[in-house]
Write a protein that binds this ligand. Structure first.
Ligand SMILES: [Zn+2]
Length: 511
């Protein structure tokens, strides 16, 4: 028996040796990627004290390129010249894949989990495994334990998926009340930007849910929601929740293109966050520009561009800290996934673009929706006519009719007969309330779940500018990653979004 099993062991061992030798011969290149990603995720320098992670939701190469080309076209109309966003010039840059555990096309909960905790998960899950059994710790928790102060800023509601992955564990991103409770119990130091979608727990399973903001107050948070109170915050203010005074129907800050003079911007929140978080032991600040995503869902290129440009300004607030403490600061800028399938180029404009036309757009789709809504409420379906809305269309999108006296001044903004027909068809559908609207599958491709007239206006203007979208959802494109400061060199190269966590963890010496 003994000798028989020994000879079997020898046989197995020699087979394994042969297999290993063959593997080495056949797969020399495959081991290369693994080796490089292992080395580039290990850092031996001193950990930075001031760490910034900027996430443009739905922001990938197309959104960044569109903003840089738009700014360049405006600054030098006669040349083909981009006006680079400052962060795209950071010394380190890379590309991260964004797929989630159940699809190449991910959502913000799964990609956020990958960035915050280093694990792949499924659509809609906040810091848990796809089976919803195991909870993952976001990087913010061990950092807080090490003495870093933690700040979280978003232009959308603070209980939305991307901010939530930095302080919550939930089976669903839609558990807004439970997420708000986890925020209130996080012990983190600064929350700023949007508000809360369900602070009273109307959609919660609890019998008598306590207001999540009351829980936060009991836990020592100071809650402010006027411009003056927000501007008065200092490093002595303690734990803070700062809610923008102007919020839309989703408790998000206004689009940059709609923000009125004097209203707070994302960069105002970042500047204030840096001030409040300032302390000897350092801080970690995550900043999300959440409505780049929403603009691209709605195929509103101009709103996406304006929010991306404001995102750049917000990042420049962190660059001021870097310039003061270059050896102690790390800034990482990335997106979580692409949205809209935006691209530079359209079948009708061939090899040309006309970015200057996007400058004619003066409001986001969301504001124009309000115009459509009040028109719908003031007319019957039969008495509706596109005629009535031409002044508003001209003011909002710069699009004009051939009969308009301005047509000779702006010939390239004149609506063609085919475009007018598209608008008439869309208006007909917009005259039915969205809850009662039954779209054919062909109409669903044209309008998605958006206000038919508004989204058609966006499509017409985008196409005249030489841009187009393929979807009202996310896409499977990778995202760029840019970094500057201590440890930034780790972000060079090509890797997965879970590696963003691994690189941060190595730089910040978290196991
Ligand atoms: Zn999205």
């Amino acid at each position: 028996m003994f000798s028989k099993s020994r000879s079997r062991l020898v046989l197995v061992l020699s087979l394994l040796l042969i297999l290993a030798a063959l593997t080495a011969l056949i797969l020399p290149q495959n081991s290369y990627a693994e080796a490089s990603s292992q080395t580039s995720s290990s850092y031996s320098g001193i950990s930075p004290k001031y760490v910034f992670l900027f996430i443009g939701d739905g922001m990938s190469f197309p959104q960044i390129s569109a903003a840089e080309m738009y700014a360049g076209a405006l600054a030098s109309p006669s040349e083909v010249k981009t006006n680079p966003l400052d962060f795209t010039g950071f010394p380190a840059s890379g590309v991260a894949s964004t797929y989630e555990s159940d699809s190449f096309i991910p959502d913000s909960a799964s990609t956020g989990t990958s960035i915050a905790s280093g694990f792949k998960t499924a659509d809609g899950i906040i810091n848990m495994d796809p089976a919803k059994k195991i909870k993952y710790d976001p990087i913010t928790r061990p950092l807080k334990a090490k003495g870093y102060k933690i700040g979280i800023i978003s232009t959308v509601s603070l209980d939305h998926a991307t901010p939530a992955v930095f302080y919550a564990n939930q089976e669903s991103r839609n558990n807004y009340y439970d997420i708000a409770l986890q925020l209130a119990n996080s012990g983190f130091d600064f929350f700023g930007g949007g508000g809360f979608k369900d602070p009273n727990g109307k959609n919660s399973r609890l019998q008598n849910p306590e207001n999540a903001l009351d829980v936060a107050r009991r836990n020592g948070y100071k809650i402010v929601n006027t411009k003056q109170d927000i501007l008065n915050l200092t490093s002595k203010s303690g734990k803070v929740i700062a809610i923008n005074p102007e919020l839309d129907r989703d408790a998000a800050m206004p689009y940059e293109i709609d923000r009125k003079a004097g209203e707070l911007s994302l960069s105002d929140f970042v500047r204030k966050g840096i001030e409040v978080l300032d302390n000897n032991k350092g801080f970690f600040l995550m900043v999300e520009s959440g409505k780049i995503d929403w603009a691209n869902h709605a195929n509103d290129a101009a709103a996406s561009i304006h929010d991306t440009i404001e995102f750049n300004r917000a990042i420049n607030e962190a660059v001021k800290v870097y310039k003061k403490y270059p050896d102690k600061t790390l800034i990482i800028v990335t997106g979580d996934h692409e949205c809209g399938g935006l691209t530079i180029g359209f079948a009708g404009t061939g090899y040309q673009t006309f970015f200057n036309k996007l400058q004619k757009q003066t409001m986001s789709y969301l504001e124009f929706d309000k115009i459509v809504e009040s028109y719908r409420n003031s007319r019957t379906q039969d008495s509706a006519s596109l005629e009535d809305l031409y002044p508003q269309i001209k003011a909002a999108y710069g699009l004009i009719r051939a009969e308009d006296p301005d047509a000779k001044n702006f010939p390239d903004m004149v609506l063609t007969d085919a475009e007018i027909q598209r608008l008439k068809d869309a208006l007909k559908r917009s005259m039915v309330k969205s809850s009662e609207r039954k779209l054919t599958s062909a109409e669903q491709l044209l309008y998605g779940s958006y206000e038919p007239l508004t989204v058609t206006l966006s499509h017409i203007l985008n196409n005249k500018a030489g841009l187009s979208f393929t979807t009202y959802s996310h896409t499977g494109l990778p995202v760029p990653v840019y970094a500057i400061g201590a440890g930034s060199e780790l972000f060079n190269g090509s890797y997965d979004n879970t590696d963003i966590y691994k690189k941060m963890a190595s730089i910040l010496k978290i196991k």
